[in-house]
Design a binder for this molecule. Structure first.
Ligand SMILES: NC(=O)c1ccc[n+]([C@@H]2O[C@H](COP(=O)([O-])OP(=O)(O)OC[C@H]3O[C@@H](n4cnc5c(N)ncnc54)[C@H](OP(=O)(O)O)[C@@H]3O)[C@@H](O)[C@H]2O)c1
Length: 313
């Protein structure tokens, strides 16, 4: 009896995670506005959409990197691809949304993915740094959403929000980032329910992605503690932003801690209109068990991130 019960539960578990209703053709001709498209996860998202035949408007601040991504998208077969170089702060995102509506004639997907850093000379943990990061990583998402919602409502489209495990499980040395991601989770979780109650057929998919690579995490902590960037644990830190490496399909990608598989999970989630995507899937279990998990010991964190206790320093 117990064996049968466990087998049944196991089957349900696997069915839940691996049931695949994704139809790649659904992305063909879809009108997509994608933020943070010049590097990392956003760049990978752009290549998947291009490959699947979507019509794209890509945005980020650095024109040169956007041009490179646009070129690669064309090579991958994107029928229409445009870019607009814009900073979400202090510029209002109106210009970006209006550009996308003008170029594409409407929107089927808004993919919010950009990730800003505190301005040079500002400590992320300071009040001005935190305020800036909340503006870039949370408020601009809200502004873009409110501007695009009428068009998404017309098309019965989808809103895809790229978030992080740190928006579900807080950890040390990430308070401004975590705060913005928790805010995204609450805002878009609430909006999901609101649209449902109002019978508005716009799907919202919140994507909880796993941690970046350890070296980048260490580098972030080091810089946040006011130490010289560029050296992690006695070794040169890898540049995670705008570092090029070759990929199998012959386009040059910007390196990221998460690869094309994470981006594909985001695309699948958006296309199948699920409420949440967890990548890797095991982080769903971690989020569910969060309340019962003990806090990692401080000494473990110090070892892992190569930091010293302030009192001992
Ligand atoms: N990589 C990971 O391991 C990981 C893990 C968990 C979650 N995530 C999530 O995945 C998303 C993408 O992360 P990523 O690692 O790919 O980031 P990334 O490599 O640092 O790329 C960030 C993107 O945002 C753009 N951007 C930065 N500041 C901006 C601003 N003020 N206005 C407009 N665009 C701006 C950047 O281009 P410009 O600099 O040219 O503007 C770039 O295109 C984020 O939401 C992040 O929280 C990533």
């Amino acid at each position: 009896m117990k064996v049968l019960l466990l087998t049944g539960l196991g089957a349900l578990f696997f069915a839940y995670y691996w049931a695949d209703s994704f139809d790649p053709a659904s992305l063909q001709g879809a009108r997509v506005l994608l933020t943070g498209a010049s590097a990392g996860v956003g760049e990978e998202l752009a290549y998947h959409c291009a490959h699947l035949g979507s019509h794209l408007v890509l945005t980020a601040r650095t024109e040169a990197f956007l041009q490179k991504v646009v070129g690669n998208c064309r090579k991958l077969g994107a029928p229409k691809v445009f870019f607009i170089a814009a900073d979400t702060v202090p510029e209002v995102p109106e210009r970006v949304v209006q550009f996308a509506l003008d170029k594409l004639g409407g929107l089927d997907y808004l993919v919010l993915n950009h990730l800003g850093a505190a301005p040079a000379g500002t400590r992320a943990h300071s009040a001005p740094g935190t305020s800036w990061l909340m503006q870039v990583n949370f408020l601009s998402y809200v502004q873009l959403t409110l501007l695009a919602l009428p068009s998404l409502t017309d098309s019965q489209g989808s809103l895809v929000v790229v978030s992080s495990l740190l928006g579900r499980v807080p950890t040390s040395f990430s308070s401004p980032y975590s705060a913005a991601k928790f805010a995204l989770d609450s805002f878009f979780g609430s909006l999901q329910r609101e649209l449902h109650v109002q019978d508005v057929n716009v799907a919202i998919t919140i994507c909880v992605l796993g941690l970046q690579d350890r070296a980048s995490a260490k580098e972030g902590v080091r810089q946040d503690q006011g130490q010289e960037p560029g050296v992690v644990g006695g070794h040169p830190a890898p540049a995670t932003v705008h570092t090029k490496h070759c990929c199998p399909r012959g386009v040059t990608r910007t390196k990221t801690g998460l690869g094309p598989k994470a981006a594909l999970a985001v695309i699948r989630g958006g296309a199948t209109r699920v409420s949440y995507v967890f990548y890797p899937w095991c982080f769903h279990v971690l989020c569910l068990l969060r309340a019962w998990l003990p806090h990692p010991r401080a000494w473990f964190i110090r070892q892992e991130l190569n930091v010293t206790a302030t009192a001992a320093a």
